[in-house]
Ligand binder design. Structure first.
Ligand code: ZN
Length: 330
């Protein structure tokens, strides 16, 4: 797959995942292409971006040639069908994508099966290309292993009749119980709540660490003191946490409010990303020490690790950050 040559004008092959059943619609007025791919879904691609992805040498130059990177991009597009145009400026963001944890991918797959199921006890036939993108897999074999893992946990029963284009299954009663549990937890939010010490010395840590870290993971940061509001600040905090997909709690300075907000989110089942400056870790309350806490050195270290942790825990979000265009190195 990675060594194939692709002509930019080849209408049958998706420039991202190389699916041969993709449909292309050229829109000369907008100067971009509108792709409908069975694996990636619908997306617009600028002509320059398409030419980079379709040409093996160019794709290699920009670092987006291997099947793992392409699988990440395909999965992300599939999850975020917001019909935006992908251009060359988006390459750093697309290259920074990493798949969520195996368990998260299995949970998403089970929810995907549920959306395709009409009634209890019936056989569900799901299109294989979408199973591949839902599970962030780079090929059919990898996706089938995750399908098999759900069956192994007795959440699904594999049915005969699976072909290269469809996977056949039925969901067990245990599977439906798990789906209820997952749906109750799912908050469809683009927001990440930030709990931290609001001290001037921490401004740089927020502006150049936490804020861009959340942004690069595909979410909008929400810090209550930086938001205009009309209600009491306590109410804003509670409402802000409830509306958020996750909370980033930085314990540096050990403010009571941060412990309270992290505990509140935890009680609601909202994932909490724990962080604390390395030289302040020893003062961390013992309740927090059991969690895997990001012990950061500076804002750059924090930014990168916050982004990676969010992506691992809740997956990449739908908000596309703006980057500087990629400079061509010599
Ligand atoms: Zn595709």
């Amino acid at each position: 797959m990675t060594t194939k040559n692709h002509r930019p004008d080849d209408p049958g092959e998706c420039p991202v995942c190389f699916s041969e059943d993709a449909v292309l619609e050229f829109r000369p007025r907008e100067n971009d292409n509108n792709w409908k791919c069975p694996r990636c879904g619908i997306f617009h691609c600028s002509l320059s971006m398409q030419s980079i992805l379709s040409n093996t040498t160019d794709a290699e130059y920009f670092g987006c040639h291997n099947s793992r990177k392409r699988a990440n991009v395909s999965a992300w597009i599939h999850r975020n069908q917001d019909h935006r145009i992908f251009g060359q400026d988006d390459i750093p963001f697309l290259l920074s994508l990493t798949p969520p944890s195996i368990i998260k991918r299995m949970d998403d797959l089970l929810l995907f099966f549920a959306r395709h199921t009409d009634a209890y006890g019936t056989i569900t036939k799901v299109p294989m290309p979408q199973v591949i993108s839902t599970t962030w897999s780079s090929e059919r074999k990898e996706a089938l292993r995750l399908c098999g893992a759900l069956a192994q946990r007795k959440l699904t029963l594999e049915n005969t009749g699976t072909t290269t284009s469809t996977y056949n299954l039925s969901i067990t009663l245990d599977g439906w119980a798990k789906i209820d549990e997952l749906q109750a937890k799912t908050i469809d939010s683009k927001q990440g709540f930030v709990a931290m010490w609001f001290d001037e010395d921490m401004d740089n840590i927020y502006d150049n660490g936490i804020h861009p870290g959340i942004g690069k993971a595909g979410y909008r940061p929400f810090r209550v003191d930086r938001t205009e509001h009309v209600n009491k600040i306590d109410d804003e905090v509670i409402a802000g946490i409830r509306r958020s997909k996750f909370v980033v709690a930085d314990f540096t300075g050990h403010r009571g409010g941060v412990y309270y907000e992290a505990g509140f989110a935890h009680g609601l089942g909202i994932p909490v990303i724990f962080a604390c400056r390395k030289d302040d870790m020893e003062n961390l309350h013992f309740d927090i020490r059991q969690y895997c806490c990001i012990d950061w050195k500076d804002e750059n270290d924090l930014r990168e690790r916050v982004q990676k942790r969010i992506e691992a825990v809740v997956g990449v979000g739908p908000v596309v950050p703006k980057y500087e265009p990629v400079a061509k190195s010599v």
